[in-house]
Design a protein around this ligand. Structure first.
Ligand SMILES: [Zn+2]
Ligand SMILES: [Zn+2]
Length: 233
């Protein structure tokens, strides 16, 4: 997705930047503010806000520092606001909210803490579906239409996770329950998102130990229409 800068993706820290002609939206604050600033060439005056999916450190550790810059921090649940422990704006789920020139609608996903994905609209790129750290959608039958870009977690591949002896069984179980495999990701793309208008799909939050980036990409390309540009971050 041309309007997106991936500052970092994965358990070491997540931050994504949506740049448009009329403002910037930060998604996640899992990396230090200095790193985020550098990715924007220190031009942070037009950041309309920072969206946070959930309270885990790799997504929210630096939310307080972001807020200290005067950037409003948005979440999809009061649970998340309480867990992060800073003053956040909680977005409603029944109607899209304006954040600068962006319109944002949260939806719940299944994780071991309250976690939200977001539909983000801006005239420059139209509609982005963003979801990370999810065992699946909370509402399995949820259907998304009119999506133009997808950024979705692809945390592990079943074979790699099963063969990973460094992970105790309990951790493997947690990963399977609360994170998305390549197969799970493809299932959401096939069953919950209308791909008719989708132009790009980006896989995010890939585990270095439990995925092969190139293999994920080629399997994704095989699973979706050829007109869609696929990428990994
Ligand atoms: Zn994470
Ligand atoms: Zn998480």
């Amino acid at each position: 997705m041309d309007n997106m800068i991936c500052v970092g993706s994965g358990s070491a820290g997540n931050a994504y930047i949506l740049r448009t002609t009329a403002g910037t939206l930060l998604i996640e604050a899992g990396l230090p503010v200095a790193t985020i600033k550098r990715s924007l060439n220190y031009k942070i005056s037009d950041i309309a806000g920072c969206l946070i999916s959930h309270s885990h450190g790799d997504h929210a550790k630096h939310a307080g520092s972001v807020a200290q810059l005067g950037i409003p921090v948005y979440v999809g649940s009061t649970h998340t606001a309480n867990e992060i422990g800073i003053s956040c704006i909680c977005l409603p789920h029944d109607t899209a909210s304006d954040i600068g020139e962006f319109k944002v609608l949260p939806f719940f996903v299944r994780h071991d803490v309250t976690c939200c994905g977001y539909l983000i609209y801006h005239a420059d790129f139209r509609t982005l579906f963003f979801a990370t750290d999810l065992g699946g959608l909370r509402d399995r039958d949820m259907m998304f239409y009119g999506v133009n870009h997808v950024l979705i977690e692809c945390n592990y591949q079943d074979g790699f996770l099963a063969a990973n002896n460094a992970y105790p069984a309990a951790i493997k179980q947690r990963v399977r329950q609360y994170h998305l495999s390549l197969d799970g990701c493809v299932s959401i793309l096939r069953n919950n998102i209308s791909l008719k208008d989708v132009k790009t799909i980006g896989l995010i939050h890939l585990s270095r130990e439990n995925t092969d980036k190139q293999d994920c990409l080629s399997r994704l390309i095989d699973a979706v229409p050829r007109t869609i540009k696929c990428d990994t971050y």
